[in-house]
Write a protein that binds this ligand. Structure first.
Ligand SMILES: NC(=O)c1ccc[n+]([C@@H]2O[C@H](COP(=O)([O-])OP(=O)(O)OC[C@H]3O[C@@H](n4cnc5c(N)ncnc54)[C@H](OP(=O)(O)O)[C@@H]3O)[C@@H](O)[C@H]2O)c1
Length: 337
């Protein structure tokens, strides 16, 4: 390939992002300078947090610059190297541009061993979402045997792994997801004890009450909004909420009202802790070792929702907000050489 396509953010979205907020531009494939390598994108990750970076707002990461390439998790193959530590053919993962090709000086990259695990796992269960699930369930949620653990966006990259980790630690695990197919997947294949389709449940509180006869000890919140409002009345005394994501709010044009039912946190002396995975990088070694072992033992399963073609990246990203994905949403850009 001699053309490099790059996806730029050209306008800050208001509400749900639109295709016109981005542009796909073509240019020549760049040449690595001394100390650099040229990496061909094989898979790229679209992640809900990237929506926040499209706003011009203070957050835990700086906003994407306008008219610059959008950056996210990428698995790529080194095609030319002037870097002493990497050779052509190496498969790497790191934060790179939504593009066919990227240059890198190696900072923030990790070499993958394709014989150890399917390479795509490095963007999912053995990557950032897996670490998020691990830290949120064990360090923030502090799950204990016999407790009831509820997770929203249960069939997504983070939620599906979080629920399985809680199950391994002896919890009753209840998922909340947006379709019957997702609910079937988490109960029949992942071993959750129950799942509630929040789009189909008449009263979500009533459906959750039935699924959680002993109340809720740990709530792993990926979505916020109405779903979380329905969980709070079920909290037990000294419950923990691991506040991981608020995807239901990311595209709101005005700040949302509520939650108004915080008195449940007071009554039940609950702890709500927001957390960002990058603050927990020191846990990565243990987390990936445990996750790899649980996968090998057949106690953790995962699934990927793969869209083909760099040109379909924006639609794949928007699909996260429509709930298109079961498991980790990825875009396949090229096959390894
Ligand atoms: N704190 C951290 O460091 C950290 C790290 C990674 C991810 N996160 C957060 O964790 C959450 C999950 O991320 P992920 O990568 O695993 O994504 P994901 O769950 O694989 O995909 C997003 C899912 O969210 C659900 N969703 C979308 N809009 C919704 C709405 N309005 N109400 C309820 N559910 C909605 C959809 O599933 P349904 O069909 O079930 O609606 C969709 O499939 C996100 O909020 C993300 O920002 C946080």
């Amino acid at each position: 390939m001699t053309v490099n396509r790059r996806i730029l953010l050209v306008r800050r979205p208001h509400g749900m992002p639109m295709a016109d907020d981005f542009a796909i531009v073509e240019g020549p494939v760049p040449e690595p300078a001394e100390g650099e390598m040229l990496i061909r994108t094989l898979y790229l990750s679209v992640d809900p947090y990237m929506r926040g970076r499209m706003n011009d707002a203070r957050s835990y990461v700086p906003p994407f610059a306008l008219n610059e390439v959008v950056e996210g998790g990428v698995i790529g193959q080194v095609v030319a190297s002037r870097h002493t530590a990497y050779r052509a053919g190496d498969i790497v993962v790191g934060t790179l541009g939504w593009a066919d090709y990227n240059l890198s000086d190696g900072r923030g990259l990790r070499r993958l061993d394709p014989s150890a695990a399917p390479i795509t796992a490095a963007l999912g269960v053995l990557g950032m979402p897996g670490l998020t699930a691990y830290v949120g369930t064990l360090d923030i949620g502090r799950v204990q045997t016999g407790e009831t653990f509820v997770v929203s966006a249960a069939a997504g990259a983070v939620g599906s792994v979080a629920g399985q980790i809680a199950k391994i630690h002896g919890c009753r695990v209840v998922g909340i997801a947006g379709s019957d197919e997702k609910c079937r997947w988490v109960t029949e294949e992942l071993g959750f004890d129950a799942a509630v389709n929040y789009r189909a449940a008449g009263s979500l509180v009533a459906a959750l009450r039935e699924a959680c006869p002993n109340g809720v000890d740990v709530y792993f919140d990926n979505v916020g909004g109405d779903v979380t409002d329905a969980v709070l009345p079920l909290l037990n005394d000294f419950a923990r909420i691991a506040l991981c994501g608020q995807i239901a709010l990311y595209n709101l044009e005005k700040p949302d009202m509520g939650p108004r039912n915080w008195s449940y946190l007071l009554i039940h002396r609950a702890t709500l802790q927001g957390f960002i995975v990058r603050d927990h990088a020191h846990r990565a070694g243990q987390a990936y070792a445990d996750l790899a072992r649980w996968i090998q033992e057949g106690r953790i399963r995962w699934r990927e929702h793969i869209v083909e073609g760099l040109e379909n990246t924006i639609d794949a990203f928007l699909g996260l907000f429509r709930g298109d994905n079961i498991g980790k949403q990825l875009v396949k850009v090229a096959d390894p050489a």
